[in-house]
Every structure is written in C-alpha cells, then in structure tokens.
Design a protein around this ligand. Structure first.
Ligand SMILES: Cc1cc2nc3c(=O)[nH]c(=O)nc-3n(C[C@H](O)[C@H](O)[C@H](O)COP(=O)(O)O)c2cc1C
Length: 361
C-alpha cells in the first residue's frame, strides 16, 4: 500500500501547495469518518496488528501515534485508529481561536524528506474544539485508543498570563480526552519557548496541577534546548509528578544540504521536521532516559519514517513514538508498516516483550 501512495497519490498531492493538500486530505478523512463502511474499509487496508503498551495507567494497542499539529480542529478523530495508529495527539489548541501566521506557512523540502512550517497555532479555540470532541462522543464514534490534546498558548496572551491561558484550555477539555501535553516548545508563537525556563514552567505546572485531579500531563520539549535546560525541565517534571515528556518538537536549526530546492526552503522561517531532525531528537530521548534512569515515560517524535527509525527511538528510551512528516511522505500505511516492522524485528532479535525494548540501547 505504501508503494502505491509513494508512486501515485503522493505525486498528485505534491503538485498542490502543502497546506492546501493537507486541508483537502483532512476534509476527506473527516467526511470518510461519517460514511458507513468507509472506516471499516480503511481499517482493513491500513489497520495495524496489536503490540500493546501500558503507560501512566493508559493502554495503547500499539506504540505508534499521530503527532500534534496534524488534526488541529478534531476534524477526523475516529479515522486515526482506522489508519493503524495506537493513539492520537490532537491540537495544538489555544484558549482563543486564532488564524495563525500568514500563508504560505508550510513548505516541503522533498529531497531531504523534511518540512518547514510556521503555522502559528491556527486552531478554532478551546470552546469550539470542546464542542467538536463532544460531537464525536455523541455520535458514538469515539476511538478505542487514548486521545491526547496538545495545549498551546494564545498569541494575544502575554507570557506573564500564560499559566491562566493554558489552564483555561485544559479546563475546557479535561473531561474529553485521556492525556494532555503542555506545549512550550513551538518555534512559531513569539517567545513561547521562553516558557521552557524553570520559573515560568514551574508557574504553569503549579496552576495546571491545582485544577487537574486525574489526567496524565506531559511536557513537549524543543530539540534546541541545551542539556542543562532539558535537565531543568526534568527536575520540574519530577517535582510536579508529570506523566512523561514528549521529545521533540521541530527545530529552528537547518541541516547541510546539496539540494537546491531544499536550500531554498531552509531559508524560510519556521520549525524543521522530518528526516534531518531524527538524530537530534533521538539524542534528546537518550539523554532524558539516562537522566531519569528510565523512570519517566518518553514519547519519541522526530524524523520517524520506518520501523528501524522507531526502533532507534524506542531502544534509546521512548515508550511510545509519533509521526507527522513521515505520514506526509510515506502515506496512510505508515503506522501499520511500523508496527509490523517492529514485531518482525523483535522476533528476529529474540525480544519477547515490547517493554524489554524500551531503552535497550
Ligand atoms: C505543519 C506542522 C504543524 C505542527 N503543529 C504542532 C502543534 O500544534 N503542536 C506541537 O506540539 N507540535 C506541532 N508540530 C510538531 C510535530 O508534532 C512533531 O513534533 C514534529 O513535526 C517532529 O516530528 P516529525 O519529524 O515526525 O514531523 C507540527 C509539525 C508540523 C510539520
């Protein structure tokens, strides 16, 4: 199935401007979710075998999830499971609805299998997002896998009021999802990444904790943090009993490239994702795993296209992985392909349980 996408559909999609193609696909998935039989057909074509994992009291049928940013308005909630994902992180959602930065704001660097984006948290806002989730619940179309929500800060909210902004969104959505990711690492909201600073983050986590009785909270970090800054985040995660870390968001750095089209794209402002991010994101995961002695669950994300890429993240310490750019380049069979590949490699290398793989390297 992956071959057909890469050699037929992808060429058609890549003829279109990136964001326009993205919006068309999301609209198609949203419609398909509501047409009887289509979700079942998608499941037959793209579903993944079981490879169960349990983290923070949540059960995942497989460890491959959809990364934040793909479904920013909860448009296709039931479909991600049908495409083989073991969980989906929706959003980023902010308290206030916002249109994001001016277009164009998403660019493909095709030869390097990368994207640059400066979307700027375009999303319908917490209240509308809550209504969209409630509608899926009411339709009886809620997926059986865990749903996470990525919490962002509204652009109009000053940094000093960030804690209340995150908390508003959390309160609006807390009954509607299984876990929440505090995103203080997007490069596309002015000054957001300053919230990775210890005292600012402490304030946000304190305020969130005061209103959160039970939902697992995680933090998503940037790959551009120094080791010391990552350790500060880890100290806070321990003192606030967080459920885990998502590593990593996109990077503001740019790789060397020989390709003229990629070179042109890398001049664009924004966060880089995809293959060039893979190694740095794995290094961050390995550092977190070592520093926390494997006690804090990690969701590994950044440059995963294949089972071998996922294997690298998991053996570095990730308990779960996510994909975004890989889905754009490899198509809808990516989650199933990764899960099947992980199972085959586990069998070949004599790894009996998935848990034995985490941090093995
Ligand atoms: C267009 C686009 C939008 C994104 N939006 C968000 C977002 O709203 N919140 C977030 O935490 N990460 C966001 N991300 C980052 C991804 O979730 C992921 O961390 C990053 O792309 C690295 O994974 P990948 O190499 O598999 O794409 C976005 C990425 C892209 C490409």
């Amino acid at each position: 199935m992956g071959w057909i996408y890469r050699n037929c559909f992808r060429s058609l999609l890549f003829l279109q401007e990136s964001e326009a193609a993205h919006n068309r696909v999301l609209k198609g998935l949203s419609l398909a979710s509501k047409i009887p039989m289509l979700p079942t057909i998608a499941d037959g074509l793209y579903g993944a075998p079981n490879l169960p994992v349990e983290i923070a009291g949540m059960r995942f049928t497989n460890p491959v999830g959809l990364a934040a940013g793909m479904d920013k308005s909860a448009a296709a909630v039931p479909m991600w499971e049908r495409l083989g994902f073991g969980f989906a992180e929706l959003g980023g959602v902010t308290r206030h609805a916002q249109s994001g930065n001016d277009a164009p704001r998403m660019f493909r660097a095709v030869a390097d299998r990368a994207l640059v984006n400066r979307m700027g948290f375009n999303n319908p806002g917490a209240d509308t997002f809550a209504r969209a989730l409630s509608e899926w619940h009411a339709r009886d179309d809620w997926p059986s896998h865990p749903i996470g929500i990525n919490l962002g800060k509204s652009k109009i909210t000053p940094l000093e009021e960030a804690a209340e902004d995150y908390t508003f969104t959390f309160r609006a959505l807390q009954e509607l999802a299984d876990f929440f990711v505090v995103n203080i690492s997007s490069p596309n909201t002015p000054n957001l990444r300053k919230l990775q600073n210890k005292s600012a983050l402490d304030e946000i986590l304190k305020t969130l904790r005061a209103v959160n009785s039970e939902k697992p909270l995680l933090i998503k970090v940037a790959p551009d943090l120094t080791t010391e800054a990552i350790d500060d985040v880890l100290d806070l995660s321990a003192s606030h009993s967080l459920a885990g870390i998502v590593a990593t968001n996109t990077t503001i750095t740019r790789p060397e490239t020989d390709d003229a089209q990629c070179e042109k794209i890398y001049i664009e402002t924004g966060g880089l994702s995809g293959a060039p991010l893979r190694q740095r994101s794995t290094e961050v995961i390995a550092h977190i795993f070592k520093h926390t002695e494997g006690k804090l669950p990690i969701i590994g994300v950044g440059g995963i296209f294949s089972a071998d890429d996922a294997w690298e993240k998991i053996t570095a310490g990730a308990s779960l992985v996510q994909v975004y750019t890989g889905l754009i380049y490899n198509g809808p069979s990516i989650a199933g392909d990764i899960v099947r590949g992980l199972k085959a490699r586990m069998e070949k290398e004599g790894v009996r349980q998935f848990a034995d793989l985490i941090g093995k390297s």
